[in-house]
Write a protein that binds this ligand. Structure first.
Ligand SMILES: Nc1ncnc2c1ncn2[C@@H]1O[C@H](COP(=O)(O)OP(=O)(O)OP(=O)(O)O)[C@@H](O)[C@H]1O
Ligand SMILES: [Mg+2]
Length: 287
């Protein structure tokens, strides 16, 4: 479905062409309706943005998509097949993610962090590993080569032997992406990938996301930096209070009065316009 890249058709209701789709996904925490009947789809090689004020339900929705939460109701499909709500099966099926709060193995090296993630893709199994049979050795060698290739791809070759905890913030975010890619996903979900980055790092992150898309991976990205989102994404979905407030190509969403209202309380400048307030209190907290 690469013909629809950047086309006017927004990723709305699930379609057969969708890589990942959600149908009426709802997540309740006691009396709180965090995500309310959300329909969503991302197509092959599409970059889909997800924005919305703090507490809008963006991360909760990601947690539903990746099996971390079992939705109260609704259905999630990958390539048209219903997805399990068990994280390891979701990963194995081809959905990878990064976290709003970076989750790396702090006392492992960058390369080891990527290698650990490879294990969802290797097949040698426990007995081969114990016996260190030929298949184990071949897969181990291939995994190391792939880990190095991924570290080079995200620009981290120079720190592959450093402990994750010693990397600067931007490098830790890149390492999380390399680790997610090590599971060979068909869709990658990024939760605030530029939080804490300076403008130069943010531009590099946008280039990296495009390069990942060019490798044939569909992308869903949450960000508070809406300039980043509107420059990068083919389609944008705006959530507010657990519901879809607006959806479409960036130019349409940017001009939607409901979006302007949600972000700026009705001020004249649309989000992303020069001088407009582009953050509603970015990131940091949350899951
Ligand atoms: N495990 C949980 N238990 C109870 N309430 C939760 C849980 N996870 C999220 N919530 C609540 O659900 C709502 C949506 O939270 P969520 O973290 O999904 O928002 P968000 O859009 O990602 O916000 P932010 O931009 O601040 O990261 C919030 O009111 C939050 O407090
Ligand atoms: Mg969040």
């Amino acid at each position: 479905m690469s013909t629809t890249i950047g086309a006017a058709a927004p990723a709305a209701a699930p379609t057969e062409a969708a890589v990942l789709s959600a149908s009426k996904v709802t997540m309740r925490f006691g009396g709180l309706l965090a995500v309310n009947a959300i329909d969503f789809a991302v197509a092959d090689r599409q970059i889909a943005g997800l924005i919305g004020p703090n507490g809008a339900g963006k991360t909760t929705f990601f947690n539903c998509l990746t099996g971390l939460y079992k939705p109260t109701s609704g259905e999630i499909r990958l390539h048209g097949r219903v997805l399990s709500s068990k994280p390891h099966l979701v990963t194995r099926a081809g959905v990878a993610r990064t976290f709003q709060n970076i989750r790396l193995f702090a006392t492992m090296t960058a390369e080891e962090n990527v290698l650990v993630a490879r294990h969802s893709r290797t097949t040698a199994g426990v007995f081969a590993a114990i016996g260190h049979g030929p298949r184990y050795h071949r897969e181990e060698r291939e995994s190391r080569e792939r880990a190095r290739e991924l570290l080079s791809f995200v620009g981290l070759s120079r720190v592959s032997g450093e402990l994750a905890r010693n990397l600067n913030y931007g490098d830790q975010r890149r390492l999380e992406i390399a680790r997610a890619l090590a599971t060979e996903p068909s869709v990658l979900l990024l939760d605030e990938p530029t939080a804490g980055m300076n403008p130069q790092e943010t531009r590099a992150a946008a280039d990296l996301v495009r390069a990942i898309r060019d490798r044939g991976v569909a992308i869903v990205v949450i960000e508070h930096d809406i300039r980043f989102i509107f420059n990068l994404c083919d389609v944008v979905t705006v959530l507010a209070r657990g519901e879809v407030l607006s959806r479409g190509v960036p130019s349409v969403v940017q001009a939607d009065p409901r979006v302007i209202e949600a972000y700026l309380g009705g001020a004249a400048d649309p989000p992303g316009a020069p001088g407009a307030a582009v953050s509603d209190g970015a990131g940091g907290g949350g899951r």
